[in-house]
Design a binder for this molecule. Structure first.
Ligand code: ADP
Length: 533
């Protein structure tokens, strides 16, 4: 009798397609494999097998090698091309070494000799399906990496929807996210036939979520098997099948992923539901990651302010001491004047001017801090690049000047697109990073240099330092959110946020570095054409 294979864990029967032109052979195999709990479909030749493969996704094909119209080897090649993850076992009645070699080269999982030793067959099938499951999930994991590679948070829903469409071979996909009132809105959709299709999917998503407390399963709708939670899906017309997967973090619903396959025989099955479960867990991770990064983006701005705050205190202290001492002198002189004592009026006037200069310096610092804290987002205007750079230089001054000689070589008259607050934050980040890189560095020269130049359509700003540089293997990770080498003192968000800011304004940021020799960050921003100015 059958020996249950120990490696099989999926509760869903696994599909195997048996291809043989001999009916008895197919029936025998079907009987033996069904005893083991597999779900068997049959085809009498290669063409019929390929047709079936278009409609379902068996994990394994067992094919005879000699068949009319198309040989087992030809079928194997087609399967590997069309569904690379599907494993193929080739059954042969002949000890043909050449065919065997060709089959293995073409990607057969194994060859099995006819007549079969049934235990050998069971073990081969179990191993082939193990590899299929591994391939299928590796393939899914690889595909869902695209969700995480996009660190542009606004693009995350699009990356999720487009990625899911490919992973699930769905005709349409919607991602629903609750708004502040808890109403589900379409964050992104792809492949919808009409607006009303989107509206319906949104309503279905809401219904699935409303019933979640009593029934935590995702909804799978196929013809003849409607989900009572959804009511009639007839309004969707010729919809073949639908999966609505709630995205949960503990008890909290952070969204619903709606997957739809329209007409045709490719209806979603239990296997797709299993795949959707893995996919949904990746989507949840990506969304949570995105939400965290968003929160941290706000705190990063505060962290930048925090990093420079100590310096700012010092910056304000100096001129205010200066203002106070000048005011003290003025007051003394005025008392003397009232008492008729001789007073040097020119010196008195100079003291007033000095006090005024000190007060202006304080108001400059306050203005810089305000512009840094205000993240007005509108990307439309042109502004003087040098203003944002000078403001960043002033804000980062204490951080930079106590560790390095700072040189600024700024071309006048460059107007760039964006808004000064965020652009200034980019340069504060780069300057503070450069200063921190030079901290404790034993190099002979300790310099930070910022230069600007005009190129035909962009302004190019370089922030360079003579610090320790960055190892080449670290460079690809530098702009990833949370990448930091500063332990708990770093957030790892400065560069990722800086890149988001400049990209939002149509620019970009790059890095080049020679270990031991220093680092250059190059920012480019769209420049106002000369004629327009
Ligand atoms: P954080 O400064 O919080 O670590 P960032 O995103 O600003 O986050 O920087 C990420 C990492 O990039 C830093 O931890 C550091 O290792 C590296 N880095 C950035 N700028 C420089 C630089 N000028 N020289 C050397 N390493 C740098």
């Amino acid at each position: 009798m059958s020996t249950p294979s120990p490696t099989r864990t999926s509760p869903v029967p696994e599909q195997i397609l048996v291809v043989d032109d001999e009916r008895d052979m197919r029936l025998l195999l079907r009987y033996q494999l069904e005893l083991e709990g597999y779900d068997i479909s049959e085809a009498s030749d290669g063409k019929a097998a390929l047709r079936l493969l278009r409609e379902s996704t068996p994990g394994l094909v067992i094919t005879d090698v000699r068949m009319p119209f198309m040989s087992g080897l030809e079928l194997l090649r087609e399967v590997k091309q069309f569904r690379p993850a599907t494993e193929v076992i080739v059954a042969t009645g002949y000890a043909e070494v050449e065919t065997a070699i060709e089959c293995m080269r073409a990607g057969a999982f194994d060859l099995i000799r006819k007549p079969f030793d049934i235990h050998e067959m069971y073990s081969c099938v179990a191993r082939a399906l193990d590899r299929y499951r591994l391939n299928a999930s590796a393939d899914l994991v690889r595909a869902s990496q695209s969700f995480f590679s996009s660190n542009e948070l606004e693009r995350l829903p699009e990356a999720i929807v487009e990625g899911s469409r490919g992973i699930m071979a769905a005709d349409a996909v919607v991602l629903l996210i609750p708004d502040a009132q808890g109403r589900f809105e379409v964050a992104h959709a792809s492949g919808l036939a009409s607006e009303s299709e989107g509206t319906l999917l949104r309503e279905f998503g809401e219904r699935v979520v409303q019933r979640l407390s009593s029934d935590r399963t995702p909804a799978l709708v196929v013809p003849g098997l409607e989900d009572p939670r959804l009511g009639s899906i007839r309004a969707l017309g010729q919809v073949a099948s639908l999966i609505l997967y709630p995205l949960l973090v503990g008890e909290r619903v952070i969204g619903v992923l709606g997957l739809l396959r329209r007409v045709g025989p490719r209806i979603f099955g239990k296997k797709d539901l299993d795949r959707a479960a893995v996919l949904a867990s990746h989507v949840v991770l990506a969304l949570e990651n995105g939400r965290l990064a968003c929160q941290l983006a706000a705190s990063e701005r505060l962290a930048t302010l925090g990093q420079v705050a100590a310096g700012i205190g010092h910056e304000i202290n100096n001129p205010s001491a200066y203002v106070l001492s000048n005011l003290g002198y003025i007051r003394e002189q005025l008392v003397a004047l009232r008492q008729g004592a001789p007073v040097d009026l020119a010196e008195l006037e100079q003291a007033v001017l000095d006090a005024r200069e000190g007060a202006l310096r304080i108001s400059d610092i306050v203005r810089d801090m305000r512009s840094l804290a205000r993240m007005d987002d509108e990307a439309g205007g042109w502004f003087e690049l040098n203003e944002a750079i000078r403001s960043a230089l002033r804000i980062a001054r204490v951080e930079t000047t106590r560790r390095a000689v700072v040189q600024a070589d700024l071309l006048d008259g460059l107007e760039v697109k964006g808004s000064p607050g965020p652009v200034s934050q980019v340069f504060v980040n780069l300057l503070v990073n450069a200063a921190q890189a030079l901290d404790g560095w034993q190099g002979a020269r300790k310099e930070i240099r910022i230069t600007t130049r005009r190129e035909p359509e962009r302004a190019v700003i370089e922030v360079s330092d003579t610090g320790p540089g960055i190892p080449p293997e670290m460079l690809p990770r530098l702009f990833q959110p949370f990448f930091t080498t500063k332990g708990s003192t770093g957030t790892g968000l400065g560069l990722s946020i800086s890149r988001n800011i400049v990209r939002r304004f149509g620019g970009d940021i790059e890095v080049s570095s020679v270990p031991g020799d220093g680092t250059v960050f190059t920012v480019s921003l769209p420049i106002r054409p000369l004629a327009e100015g």
